[in-house]
Design a protein around this ligand. Structure first.
Ligand SMILES: NC(=O)c1ccc[n+]([C@@H]2O[C@H](COP(=O)([O-])OP(=O)(O)OC[C@H]3O[C@@H](n4cnc5c(N)ncnc54)[C@H](O)[C@@H]3O)[C@@H](O)[C@H]2O)c1
Length: 463
């Protein structure tokens, strides 16, 4: 099938690559010319410096005969003559702190698309086409998409909701072996086209292929993210907090007990300073907004949002309140700026809030290291007299008064050795926002380091 993707971000580029590897001919359109140039470079390194997703470079290079990236809308217009499905992969960020989704990117793309659709097949519009909402959108979005198309006079089309469940950092592997594919449509004709798009999964014994209506599909995406956020934040705000409150409770030991109960399950049992990223928080905010504007109480959803904010505030405040640390004129090492490991995505990363806090608290310098995300972070926080980017953890640690571990990059697990062997006599305060050093806390305390860690009470130096 010929498939068009509008938007070549994490979702658009990864889904398009999977479609091409499934044998479809794919055109990917984006307004960001730089991104298009990098994604179509044919060079793995360049592709992955644009979107750091393991395997994406390989997939795009291997399937280059079947996938084209373009910023030229004329190519889109002629492709529509032969196209069977259009995937809308546009951003839907929160507007400020309102919970409402900013649908302007979507509407701009849909308006332009509606005009182009009118002209397909020499204005006869005789090829049936489906418009697929892959962006995470409000529950009634199918109606809005239909309104735009009907108003413009588009004919012979269907609107489908096919929410994306990819996990950043594992997007390619996850999309090649998804747990489920969810297709929401009103018409059998639309389901048939989507079965063709997803032939490799429709007939797979390991994938749940779920056909429901488009509103159910859109709602399931929001509710799935609500549930994931709920598990994560309950882990920080209740389990982690309990372990911070009472002596002699090791987070990992408590977790091992909880996860052996099948009813509880084993996902999401790690402690962290914050659940960031572009999706979880905005999706629970959107759910809350939709419930509240429909007159329904959303207290529990809102409390999860607050619990996440509370976690980061508490973590930062513990330096002063528990370790008696004064930030003024201090040198800070900030390790990790990606919102989580295995990605270069910094959207809603806790390090952004940490940087604002550091700026407001008169530190003398912050040295930053992240294995993948520094280029994007530099665009928000450019190098300056107080902000330095370093080539390694060790360089960032040099002469610091406090080290903050904000991302769970696996390589940070060996920071304990580095700190014990290579950091001089200064004994910086260690702030472990991911429990990366939990296996070395005792050694570090014995060597004279104070530690503030999520999921532990204040760990005072033993000498
Ligand atoms: N990133 C994830 O992990 C993830 C997972 C599941 C669902 N989602 C949802 O998928 C959607 C896209 O997310 P993303 O992470 O890929 O976003 P993204 O910001 O990485 O990519 C969106 C792309 O759309 C492009 N764009 C904006 N306006 C355009 C227009 N008018 N025409 C063409 N292109 C345009 C942007 O330039 C950008 O490249 C969002 O609704 C998000 O909530 C994201």
């Amino acid at each position: 099938m010929n498939i068009l993707y509008i938007g070549s971000g994490f979702v658009g580029a990864c889904s398009a690559a999977i479609s091409a590897s499934s044998g479809h001919n794919v055109l990917v359109y984006d307004i960001d010319e730089k991104k298009i140039k990098m994604l179509s470079s044919g060079d793995r390194g360049t592709i992955e410096s644009c979107l750091f997703e393991e395997g994406l470079g390989d997939l795009l290079v291997r399937n280059k005969e079947r996938i084209e990236f373009t910023a030229d809308y004329k190519k889109v217009e002629s492709f529509l003559d032969v196209c069977g499905a259009i995937f809308m992969c546009l951003p839907t960020p929160e507007i400020g702190e309102t919970g409402e989704s900013n649908l302007n990117y979507y509407f701009d793309a849909a308006d332009k698309l509606s005009q182009a659709l009118l002209n397909r097949n020499k204005k006869k519009q005789d090829k049936y086409i489906v418009i697929v909402n892959k962006s995470t959108v409000p529950i009634d979005m199918v109606d809005k998409t239909q309104e735009i198309m009907d108003k413009a006079g588009v004919k012979n089309y269907g609107v489908v909701s096919n929410p994306e469940f990819l996990v950043e950092g594992k997007a390619v592997q996850g999309s090649l072996k998804p747990d489920r594919v969810v297709v929401g449509a009103w018409k059998e004709e639309d389901f048939k086209i989507m079965r063709e798009v997803y032939e490799r999964f429709y007939n797979s014994p390991t994938v749940s292929y779920i056909e429901i209506n488009p509103k159910e599909a859109a709602a399931s995406k929001l509710l799935a993210n609500f549930y994931l956020a709920y598990k994560l934040i309950a882990c920080y705000d209740v389990i982690g907090r309990t372990c911070e409150t009472f002596e002699d409770l090791k987070f990992e030991n408590i977790r091992n007990v909880l996860v052996t109960d099948k009813r509880i399950g084993n996902w999401g049992f790690f402690d962290s300073l914050y659940a960031g990223g572009s999706c979880l928080v905005k999706d629970i905010r959107s759910l809350s907004h939709q419930l509240q504007t429909s007159g329904t109480d959303a207290s529990l959803v809102n409390e999860i949002y607050q619990g996440n904010k509370r976690q980061l505030e508490l973590f930062i405040s513990r330096a002063k309140n528990e370790a008696n640390f004064n930030w003024k004129d201090k040198k800070v090492a900030l390790l990790g700026v990606a919102f989580k490991r295995d990605t270069n995505d910094i959207r809603n990363s806790p390090s952004i809030d940490i940087m604002h806090f550091l700026n407001d608290n008169g530190i003398s310098e912050v040295s930053i290291f992240d294995p993948a995300a520094m280029e994007y972070f530099k665009q928000v926080f450019p190098e300056s007299k107080t902000i330095k980017y370093k080539d390694s953890e060790l360089e960032a640690l040099s002469d610091c008064d406090v080290v903050i571990i904000a991302t769970d990059w696996p390589q940070f697990k060996s920071l304990g050795d580095l700190i014990l062997e290579r950091v001089g006599n200064k004994k910086p305060l260690i702030m472990d926002g991911r429990r990366m050093l939990q296996h070395r806390y005792e050694d570090l305390q014995n060597a004279g380091f104070n530690i503030v860690a999520v999921g532990s009470p204040f760990l005072k130096a033993k000498k």
